[in-house]
Design a protein around this ligand. Structure first.
Ligand code: PA5
Length: 445
């Protein structure tokens, strides 16, 4: 069954009457797409790395699979894709009786958690995958230093067999380490920024370790990308540009939030992946819509009241699957008051509640784009990820901002470095001193 975008309720409320994207605007996107493709700056779309990855990845996966545990060190785009894939396609660790491989994603610098994990994991049965495109991200590097010591204390020189590095081909501290120490490594291709890198070794090595169909992910992604990667003039009719035009219309009409309401429960973590993709790409120069990931049906009993009757500042991407799995069937013996459930599959609840919530949002005039997945296998996920990545890029182009940088987040990093005593931050050190000595207005409780 094909996947589909259902547009009938997308241009509602303040979007009513918004004209379709002008031909001149889609032509301009097509020209820019052609130019960037020829310069090699959109590898997430063209996937020039695919053939080499398909050759390089299997032996590394085979090596990783010798271990029961993979400890992934990485943050942001170096972690969120792997987590989404794990939750969607290898959710065993979240349930009782898990006996398969375990993936632990350390994407924070929580001292307690890190201490607990290192105490509980057996270095002999753990492979560490250190993922950083830049090879210099402090959160990831700090964990690398600690884990290297932890491994070598237990294993001596053999620690190197327990470390895999995924980083830039040439630049950065991690690449230097891989070269100097002879660590196994895979490359993050040039121009493939973190949040667009899930379908490279960044996401596919952990996926492969978990036994996820990583080739299927690539296949599904390529299916969506190929028409416009091969012929950029086709972008005018591509669903990713339709999403971008809608997102731009939301922005123009003062909608400030974009809900990602996921009614495929196992795909919930794609909401976090999408939130980073959208926010880090598009929150620029005072512009952008704030992504709000939500889970159906869980969040019907949480934030949905705000979606329905809070400020009219939200659009919604509403994700469902065409055929909800049945699950167990309700007994014919249910009490009379619940008789209408007798003989029905448990999955009918999910289907009905998705329908009910979608209609309620529409009745409250929330502009809603319904994304219906014809399947929920890895290939389908690859298609959805590619669709949303392309839509994000095109939205950025329509907004006239750069969707592949993230300059604003640098300031906090520089201030943190100054706080830790790193040299080369004279201004930040002075700002820090002024901030720390300023009068505070504390209210204890
Ligand atoms: O999307 C991005 O570019 C960022 O979120 C990065 O993934 C994140 O900052 C980690 O960077 P790196 O992979 O260089 O360690």
């Amino acid at each position: 069954m094909p996947h589909a975008l259902e547009w009938s309720c997308a241009y509602a409320h303040r979007l009513q009457g918004v004209p379709p994207l002008a031909a001149s605007a889609s032509d301009a996107i097509g020209r820019r797409l052609a130019s960037e493709i020829s310069q090699g700056t959109l590898p997430f779309l063209t996937m020039p790395y695919r053939q080499r990855l398909e050759a390089d990845l299997p032996p590394v996966i085979a090596h990783a699979k010798k271990f029961r545990h993979m400890l992934l060190l990485g943050i942001g785009g170096s972690a969120l894709g792997a987590r989404a894939l794990q939750k969607a396609f290898a959710p065993g660790m979240d349930g009782p009786g898990h006996s398969g491989p375990c993936l632990w994603i350390a994407d924070n610098v929580c001292p307690e958690t890190f201490t607990d994990w290192l105490a509980a994991l057996d270095p002999k049965d753990t492979v560490v995958t250190c993922i950083s495109k830049s090879g210099g991200t402090i959160e990831t590097l700090s964990q690398y230093f600690l884990v290297r010591e932890w491994l070598s204390a237990a294993l001596g020189d053999a620690w190197r067999d327990h470390m895999i590095v995924v980083t830039d081909a040439k630049a950065g501290y991690l690449r230097e380490q891989a070269t100097q120490l002879g660590l196994q490594s895979l490359e993050v291709p040039d121009h493939l920024g973190g949040r667009y890198s899930a379908l490279s070794a960044v996401g596919l090595l952990p996926a492969g370790f978990l036994g996820i169909d990583w080739q299927g992910l690539l296949k599904g992604a390529a299916r969506v990308a190929e028409p416009i990667a091969k012929d950029p003039t086709k972008v005018a009719d591509h669903p990713s540009l339709a999403i971008a035009a809608w997102a731009k219309a939301l922005e123009d009409k003062d909608y400030s939030q974009l809900i990602f309401f996921c009614y495929i429960p196992r795909w919930t973590a794609f909401g976090l992946w999408f939130a980073q993709l959208w926010a880090e790409s598009l929150g620029k120069e005072g512009k952008g819509t704030m992504p709000v990931p939500a889970t159906g049906v869980t969040d019907q009993h949480s934030v949905n009241q705000m979606f329905l009757d809070g400020p009219r500042n939200k659009g919604c991407i509403f994700l469902t699957q065409a055929k909800v799995p049945d699950g167990p069937t309700f007994s014919q013996d249910l009490p009379d008051v619940w008789s209408w459930l007798r003989g029905k599959p448990f999955g009918s609840l999910l289907e009905a509640e998705a329908m009910g919530t979608r209609m309620a949002l529409v009745q409250q005039a929330v502009p809603l784009l319904h994304v219906e997945m014809g399947a929920t296998d890895a290939e389908a996920a690859g298609s959805m990820m590619m669709l949303l990545e392309a839509a994000t890029i095109f939205t950025g182009w329509l907004m006239d901002i750069n969707p592949v940088d993230q300059p604003a987040v640098e300031l906090g990093k520089r201030l943190a470095n100054a706080r830790l005593g790193a040299s080369g931050y004279p201004k930040e050190s002075a700002d820090l001193a002024a901030y720390l000595s300023a009068t505070k207005r504390r209210q204890d409780f």
